[in-house]
Design a protein around this ligand. Structure first.
Ligand code: 5GP
Ligand code: ZN
Length: 128
């Protein structure tokens, strides 16, 4: 099995069958709110809050379970992009929620690492 860290160091890595890789490559449409060489942000197709955006690396990483310490800079980019977007969307003052679902019991349905940014309303705790 290839070492995922080595693959990431070698450059963008994609899975041609992955929905979010295809969106990142522009092969499938999405409403983009952020787009740089490392991270994209798209509006969720089935929003669960007034603002519901998904931030993801361009490179194919299946989930948090695949991350290593070497991914620190990439995660910094991912979270900074989310925080910057929240400010620009006008939801940062009241606060918002960032969610990372991992695996089946975590509720993950798309196996490409993504952070949900949910805002524009008050959130309950704990989640279901
Ligand atoms: P997960 O369940 O893996 O944590 O989150 C996947 C998210 O992707 C869900 O909130 C779902 O609504 C969203 N999603 C699924 N398919 C598409 C799509 O084709 N486009 C967009 N923009 N979002 C999608
Ligand atoms: Zn992917």
């Amino acid at each position: 099995m290839p070492d995922p860290t080595a693959a990431r160091a070698a450059g963008p890595n994609r899975d041609p069958g992955c929905l979010f890789c295809r969106i990142a490559a522009g092969e499938l449409p999405a409403t983009k709110v952020h787009d740089d060489e490392v991270v994209i942000g798209i509006r969720d197709i089935a929003p669960r809050a007034p603002t519901h955006v998904l931030f993801m690396p361009r490179t194919h990483i299946r989930s948090v379970a695949e991350l290593t310490e070497a991914d620190g800079p990439l995660l910094g980019r991912l979270f900074a992009a989310a925080a910057e977007f929240a400010r620009s969307e006008g939801i940062a003052t009241h606060g918002y929620r960032l969610v990372l679902n991992v695996g089946t019991w975590g509720g993950q349905t798309v196996d490409h690492l993504h952070v949900h940014l949910l805002g524009g309303r008050s959130m309950a705790w704990p989640p279901g």
